[in-house]
Write a protein that binds this ligand. Structure first.
Ligand code: NA7
Length: 541
């Protein structure tokens, strides 16, 4: 039944980052009565929250943006080859203003509950501000890295200094001249450690798994270069959407061992000088993430660089990884050289893990007390599907998403877009979308959801059925199998990370992404469309 303060709308979008803001625009264009809720105080999603010093994109400025607004694409200003957090945030604000999206968004408000009402064929949703809606369509774009993960450290409350997680950084945090601990060496940990080290009193990077960090080669983009990019934009996006990883650089079809050692060294050197971890991993050779011998060549090259840059051999050793170079590649211009400062330390957690916190810092298992004013957790997120478990979702028969996903070993979706038993629920960037440059993936993901909604509305209005959209169990099992098979053919599957849900203790190893690339995912989407939305039912009579 309906409750007193329940508002009726046709559709609700949850989240206003890359995916949500575009989904909101698309549903508004369809003429639906649509609203959005956003837990932050402004648009931007991940880029609204992650304001830590050094937060920036490591995808180049030309393709780390929307492709669909040609006017903004041509005119928005980006002086450098990478975007700072503030620049990305400004871009979101520009889009939201131009397309009149602000009036549709309720800020500082979380979706807390979403229950499917079988009789009414509506989602009954409740928010942290006490409001509730009944909506026919629910589109979630709640972020693949939203819910912070902070490991259990005994006695952490005893620490008298300041504690923060990278995604919870606020500008009032004093750090210049302070003694700082950074725990974690993912994209966030490397960026923040490199930036804080510049003006810290001292900085210790606590490293459990060292990583491979490639330079960014951050620089100004000249007017001529920008004009060339603007002129080529149609072609750039065409290539991005047909490619594997979608970053705008060419993806050569050249195995690493097909060239001579001298040529290989030169190619790696050129990639190093061009900048970007993504380019290094995907823009030089075709097989670095699938062939062990190829991967080893890349590893050896980077090890040589670390040894050239880092003068202190003991520090260099801690910074040197023994794992495959098959996690999310990292990018930073100054990370390794910071360790040449006498006040910057690399602590090997494999040798001496943190045993507990003390009022003045952290104690490691070798009995050493490390004193700090500030502890930064760069320990990542309960990523991808993790964002969903914070919300009380109930689908058909009261089934929870946690049951449906974790209860069966991991999330399963049809193409990353939807899941069975949860009708009229559309994920933007759900588990099972391609691992690739994120903005292009969110666009195609939002567009496919909007397309299914459009089709459902047609069927309902023509009286041909209820218009309730749901994918079959078989369809999602098949996609999960595809993601598993392709994932297991890569070294990503052998290198524990959030790509397979392994960063959160207790989770089973199961793919969170499709590693087959954007181009072939789009082909799968268009095959579904061509075959009358194969795998989907629309409540046809
Ligand atoms: P990531 O990539 O998940 O990195 C988390 C880091 O935290 C990683 O180095 C972990 O070490 C480390 N970690 C996690 N738990 C612990 C404990 N208990 N002790 C020590 N170290 C720990 O998160 P990010 O925020 O950097 O990046 C997430 C994505 O957001 C990123 O890829 C971007 O696309 C945006 P491990 O290597 O597992 O040993």
């Amino acid at each position: 039944g309906s409750i007193a303060n329940e508002e009726q709308h046709e559709a609700l979008v949850v989240g206003t980052g890359f995916g949500g803001l575009y989904a909101l625009y698309l549903l508004k264009q369809l003429g639906l009565d649509v609203r959005a809720v956003e837990s932050g105080a402004d648009v931007g999603g991940t880029w609204y929250w992650n304001k830590y010093p050094g937060a920036r994109s490591d995808v180049t400025s030309d393709t780390y943006r929307y492709s669909w607004d040609k006017e903004i694409l041509q005119n928005s200003k980006w002086p450098h080859n990478y975007l700072l957090q503030s620049e990305i945030q400004a871009n979101f604000q520009e889009v939201a203003k131009k397309h009149d999206l602000y009036p549709l968004i309720t800020f500082n408000t979380k979706l807390e509950q979403a229950h499917w009402d079988e009789n009414a064929s509506l989602w009954k949703v409740a928010f942290s501000n006490g409001q509730s809606y009944a909506v026919r369509y629910l589109v979630t774009s709640i972020g693949i890295t939203h819910k912070p993960y902070i490991p259990d450290i005994p006695d952490l409350d005893a620490f008298k200094g300041r504690i923060t997680h990278t995604s919870q950084w606020t500008p009032d945090i004093e750090w210049e001249g302070k003694r700082i601990a950074v725990i974690g060496t993912g994209a966030s940990g490397v960026q923040i450690a490199s930036t804080l080290a510049e003006k810290a009193g001292s900085l210790t990077h606590f490293i459990r798994h060292a990583q491979y960090v490639l330079p960014a080669q951050y620089r100004l983009v000249s007017t001529e270069e920008r004009k060339l990019i603007n002129d080529r934009y149609d072609q750039i996006w065409h290539d991005v959407f047909a490619s594997a990883v979608g970053f705008g650089f060419a993806e050569p079809n050249r195995p690493t061992l097909s060239v001579s050692p001298e040529d290989r060294e030169q190619i790696f050197e050129d990639l190093w000088n061009q900048g970007s971890g993504f380019r290094f991993l995907f823009g030089g050779f075709s097989d670095l993430v699938v062939d062990e011998a190829a991967n080893k060549e890349a590893i050896n090259f980077i090890h040589r660089k670390i040894n050239e840059i880092v003068k202190d051999k003991a520090k260099a050793e801690v910074l040197t990884s023994n794992d495959w170079f098959a996690r999310r590649p990292l990018t930073d211009d100054h990370y390794y050289e910071r360790f040449n400062q006498p006040n910057v330390f690399a602590h090997d957690l494999k040798k001496a893990p943190i045993s507990r916190a003390t009022p003045t810092g952290l104690q490691t298992s070798d009995g050493k007390d490390h004193e700090f004013d500030l502890i930064v957790f760069a320990t990542g997120f309960d990523a991808t599907d993790g964002s969903y478990y914070a919300i009380d979702f109930k689908g058909r028969g009261g089934k929870t998403l946690e049951d449906h996903w974790l209860g069966q070993g991991g999330p399963r979706t049809h193409l990353g877009i939807s899941t069975s038993s949860f009708p009229n629920l559309f994920f933007v960037n759900g588990p099972g979308v391609p691992f690739a440059n994120n903005p292009p993936v969110t666009e195609k993901s939002a567009e496919f959801g909007a397309e299914l909604i459009k089709r459902a509305e047609e069927i309902r209005k023509e009286g041909k059925g209820t218009g309730v959209v749901e994918n079959s169990k078989e369809a999602e099992e098949k996609w999960l199998q595809t993601c598993t098979d392709i994932g297991h053919a890569t070294l990503f599957a052998k290198t524990g990370s959030w790509f397979f849900g392994e960063n959160v203790p207790g989770r089973k190893h199961s793919p969170r992404f499709y590693f087959g690339g954007i181009g072939s995912w789009r082909k799968a989407l268009s095959d579904v469309r061509r075959n009358g939305y194969e795998g989907y039912s629309f409540g046809e009579k």
